[in-house]
Design a protein. Structure first.
Length: 177
């Protein structure tokens, strides 16, 4: 017997967005800890696969939040004042809307052409992730400051930079063993 699902509450959706932000940061930190000057620290098949999976997962999480306009976690469906959100996001990342859309398309290309599908491109494309990280930081802080009315993020990290540093150190220790 199929029962009707209850819709997810706004607080549950906010928690899921927070979860995606935290997972993006963790995966980006783990990926970066395994690289030095663009070169993998460990190149055996296990570490190569793990390292690139961290990158791929970060791109997938970011796209759920910034590239999938029809997605449930897209910032435009979560932010209470989308025009202010976008203005301050663009100020934070120092891009205008058109430049940001070009960046979104870069990450979408990485996701669509190499991660989610393996199209006919000859070379893998790994976009620079500093802007993606700043977007995530902004979105996460926005959740805490504007959408966390019921304190639904109380068990989440309060500072993503501190969380990133802890994840990076954890991974760095693993890569050095």
């Amino acid at each position: 017997m199929i029962t009707k699902k209850e819709p997810i509450t706004r607080d549950e959706r906010i928690r899921r967005v927070g979860f995606l932000c935290v997972h993006f940061v963790r995966n980006l930190a783990f990926y970066r800890a395994g690289m030095e000057n663009g070169i993998l620290l460990k190149t055996n098949p296990f570490w190569r696969t793990a390292n690139f999976n961290f990158f791929d997962q970060a791109v997938l999480e970011w796209c759920k939040l910034f590239a999938d306009k029809k997605g449930k976690h897209y910032w435009g469906k979560i932010a209470t004042d989308c025009s202010k959100f976008q203005i301050f996001l663009c100020e934070t990342i120092r891009m205008d809307n058109d430049e940001f859309e070009v960046y979104v398309n870069e990450l979408r290309k990485s996701r669509d052409k190499f991660i989610a599908h393996l199209d006919s491109e000859r070379h893998d494309y790994r976009p620079h992730m500093d802007i993606a990280y700043k977007c995530i930081e902004y979105y996460y802080q926005h959740l805490f400051n504007h959408d966390n009315k019921q304190n639904c993020l109380s068990d989440f990290p309060s500072d993503l930079k501190v969380f990133y540093d802890k994840c990076f150190q954890l991974a760095e220790a693993e890569y050095k063993t």
